[in-house]
Write a protein that binds this ligand. Structure first.
Ligand code: GRF
Length: 212
């Protein structure tokens, strides 16, 4: 399964995917292209460092979202992408892209959805005073962080945490969970049943999609 990753920022989740890919541990998923909307983001440097093909579709060149989406679709299709992974991609996607990859776009969000959707999720969780936080990987639908949930990982919120400590604890779980989900999708073990997602058993010797 050919995977295209869309990024905008530091790219630590992308790096987790690259590391697994380089170890041959993402199979049968193949990272085929990394696309960014921010031309100088660190994520792109990580992709280039790993000698992966890249493209840039700068949203500032596309004031109209459908045209921006179509440019993304064109670039992804030109690399025969089957699965689109949003790994810190900071633009909302519209119908053009979602219809081009039906049920084939996943996002990682740094909160236990449906709590704390949208921006600065870790801060929202921290300020709400929750005792358990975490991350969610979900299929992308037309809402903001509303699509069917594939996997979640929880972390404690400690009394002496600040927001940054919490962000880093969640991020470590993101790095574990995202490659495992991408691999499970490529192994066709992730089945969408209406709003619910069923993850079928892992082959012996491969790690299960542990949520806790
Ligand atoms: C992560 O926290 C991810 O959950 C969110 O954006 C952040 C991206 O971080 N969607 P990085 O670019 O992967 O380091």
């Amino acid at each position: 399964m050919n995977v295209g990753v869309l990024v905008s920022g530091s790219g630590t989740n992308l790096q987790a995917l690259i590391d697994r890919h380089q170890r041959g541990d993402l199979m049968p998923a193949q990272l085929v292209v990394i696309g960014a909307n921010v031309p100088d983001c660190s994520a792109l440097s990580r992709a280039r460092q790993a000698a992966l093909p890249t493209f840039v579709v700068d949203h500032r060149d596309y004031p109209e979202r459908p045209v921006f989406d179509r440019a993304l679709v064109e670039s992804l299709r030109s690399h025969q992408v089957d699965l689109v992974v949003l790994a810190g991609f900071n633009r909302l996607l519209g119908r053009e892209l979602l219809d081009a990859f039906p049920g084939r776009v996943v996002n990682i969000h740094p909160a236990l959805l449906p709590a704390f959707p949208g921006v600065r999720a870790q801060r929202q969780a921290f300020e709400a005073g929750v005792k358990i936080a975490g991350c969610t990987i979900h299929f992308v639908d037309h809402g903001v962080d509303t699509g069917p949930i594939i996997a979640q990982a929880a972390v404690p919120v400690n009394d002496d945490d600040d927001e940054e400590a919490l962000r880093l604890r969640i991020l470590a779980e993101e790095h574990r969970l995202l490659p495992a989900v991408v691999r499970a999708i490529a192994e066709r073990r992730v089945v969408l049943e209406g709003r619910r997602v069923r993850v079928l058993g892992a082959a012996p010797g491969t790690e299960p999609l542990r949520s806790l």
